[in-house]
Design a protein around this ligand. Structure first.
Ligand code: ATP
Ligand code: MG
Ligand code: MG
Length: 388
């Protein structure tokens, strides 16, 4: 693939914050971004040329979009893979529809990874109640039942503790089939952002340690506070997966560090990822620029890091009530996604805090190091989070 020149047009399917930050990175390299979105005033549409459509399966609109851009990428995985195939018949699409299909279906994803020799928790395809009984027998209790498609932020999952939980969970989770997974007794969760371009260059950022609150990513710490050998292994696994997939673009690989110091891959996301947002302030080339470079055929510089970092997500009205204080606090590097309504659970922005190399706080110092972000509930405000 010949590298695209400045002023070429990058088409981005999806109008959320990942599209917004990709468009900003594209603009810095002189590319124009066209956003295909169902949200006329969404985060990405606010910063780039937006083409608003009623639904992502509007094939006429997809055809028109493809003719106006030089390459297409996507910022979320729940677009139709058929729609992506249609775009692919008209212009280059990276990552490919094949990779999108794999990542959209947990069974396809786990089967692909297992066949590529990647370590995973044991899993079973569940189509019927008797499949579930067999899985329970094999995995033992507790285990996890997940929908195969459309899950995010832990939605579409059930923890199965006893045989009595089986039937209600099977009935509640839809659509079927489901996947049953062995419960991993993990010491921590880590992820690696890995990028690959059409020339086969692969770069991986340092492993990130992730902490969730209410099923949503709350904090990412970079580098993950795990032994060096394990961190290297995590990057190798991500690199192996990128090569096995023939990835062109960037991908987040989520992993568990189990209590015995082993790594198990949980899932992949072939796009920029929330757990890579720390790279925006701690790396010379961040995940978004790396993504844009990969899909436009540019060289990939080393994924180096000039600082350690903690990323804190700003979720919903409680966290956004802190915005004035965040703005007034030196050292908090804030990113707002431009969303007008701060609904509970909604990702509104994030804040990065930089530390010198080797300077991440220990287990109990992380929240304190975040200053006003340490105790989001203690803001001056009424119950709705409005300043009083
Ligand atoms: P995301 O928002 O990351 O896409 P998701 O809805 O696709 O989330 P998963 O990442 O599979 O769901 O799971 C969400 C969280 O649930 C994980 O980050 C982990 O904390 C926990 N979890 C998932 N699977 C397992 C498992 N097999 N063993 C232990 N914990 C698990
Ligand atoms: Mg997921
Ligand atoms: Mg996940």
């Amino acid at each position: 693939m010949k590298p695209l020149c400045p002023n070429a047009v990058l088409g981005i399917v999806g109008g959320g914050q990942l599209g917004r930050m990709s468009a900003i990175a594209a603009a810095r390299l002189g590319f124009r971004a066209h956003i295909l979105t169902t949200e006329a005033d969404g985060p990405a549409a606010q910063v780039a040329h937006a083409v608003t459509i009623g639904a992502y399966d509007d094939h006429d609109a997809l055809r028109r979009f493809a003719t106006a851009v030089d390459v297409v990428t996507f910022e979320f995985e729940n677009i139709s893979a058929d729609g992506l195939d249609l775009l692919s018949s008209l212009c280059p699409v990276h990552p490919s529809g094949r990779i999108l299909r794999i990542s959209q279906d947990r069974i396809a994803e786990k089967t692909f990874l297992r066949d590529a020799g990647i370590p995973l928790a044991p899993f079973h395809l569940i189509e019927t109640g008797s499949d579930l009984a067999v899985a329970a027998e094999t995995l033992g209790y507790p285990f996890i039942l997940k929908t195969t498609r459309l899950g995010y932020d832990g939605k579409g999952q059930a923890r199965i503790h006893t045989p009595e939980d089986l039937a209600p969970a099977f009935a509640r989770l839809s659509p079927h089939p489901l996947v049953a997974e062995g419960m991993v007794d993990f010491a921590c969760e880590v992820s690696v952002m890995v990028a690959r371009n059409a020339m086969g260059e692969v770069v991986a950022f340092d492993a990130t340690e992730n902490r969730h609150r209410n099923g949503i990513l709350d904090l990412s710490l970079a580098p993950a506070r795990i032994p060096a050998g394990l961190a290297t292994r995590a990057r190798e696994l991500a690199t192996d997966i990128a090569r096995a997939l023939d990835l062109i673009g960037i991908m987040g690989v989520e992993m568990f560090v189990d209590r015995h110091g082993g790594l198990l891959v949980n899932e992949i996301a072939p796009r920029p990822h929330n757990s890579g947002h720390w790279t925006m302030d701690a790396c010379p080339v961040d995940q978004f620029e790396m993504h844009v470079r990969a899909v436009t055929g540019l060289p990939l510089p080393p994924a180096t890091r000039h600082n350690d970092a903690v990323m804190k997500n700003l979720i919903g009205p409680d966290d956004m009530a802190l915005w004035p204080r965040i703005m007034a606090t030196p050292g908090l590097l804030a990113h707002h996604y431009g969303k007008a309504q701060a609904r509970p659970g909604r990702k509104m922005g994030h804040v990065n805090v930089l530390f010198p190399h080797g300077g991440l706080p220990g287990e109990f110092g992380v929240e304190d190091a975040l200053g006003p972000l340490a105790s989001p509930m203690e803001v001056d405000g009424d119950a709705d989070g409005h300043d009083v």
